[in-house]
Design a protein around this ligand. Sequence first.
Ligand SMILES: [Zn+2]
Length: 279
Amino acid sequence: MIQDISPSVLYNQYAIETPHDEDMVFSFQGRNILIHEKDGVIKCPTVSDIMKAGYSKDELIYLFAVDDMKFFLLLTPQEIKVEGFRYDILFILRRSEPKTLAFAGETAYHLYVWYRDNKFCGRCGHETVHDEKQRALKCPHCGNIIFPKIAPAIIVGVTNGDKIVITRYAGREYKGMSLVAGFCEIGETAEDTVRREVMEEVGLKVKNIKYYKTQPWGFDQNLLLGYFCEADGSTEIVRDEGELAVAEWVDRKDITDEMGKVSMTAEMIEYFRVNGYSK
Ligand SMILES: [Zn+2]
């Protein structure tokens, strides 16, 4: 999965760090990221590149480190111009090398969205400032403290013997094979979310819900919670046509390797292809 960067390590502890010329900088605009890309290898600009483009080190926000490489965010209202770099769609990170930069990029994007969307206090409207001791924005007027937000969501492999429900989303950036998935609503457990989403998206009752793994998915500010379960009773799929273009039972032996190794969805489908629903 995209976060599996071992032996490299993401150090996400908050700190006030001084940027050095060779440190890396992420710049985003909407769902685009500033990169240099050649033959599937991506680079983001260094602090030195950013300074040559007329920006100062004071404008950089420290994000995290991967091993001894430090990453900063440049938060600007418009696209910036850095020679040799261009803005490209964020999802370019899904299939690019090196994997450490792909994971750093999606994690940086999660933080970018949070910094961008919390410039002003939601309680009183005053401009927020950075807390010095922890990853938080605070309101100097009313004292509101705003921590980074992570939205939990479930992904579930609904199984029936050697078959699994494979879906494809309608009207989304990602067009590949998927599993039933959805956000946890306030007031429900992740298992409640599994039961509700499976019923809403494909009209099935489920049983024997079994935890698989989790995945941080900064592309959509999620923490994904993976589960497998078994259909309970009828196996007739009633597809939510607004949400899904396709929802069908696919036998383990008919699963094709079209997915890469980035998402937990891909890993879960591959896990089922090899192992089935193992209790
Ligand atoms: Zn306030």
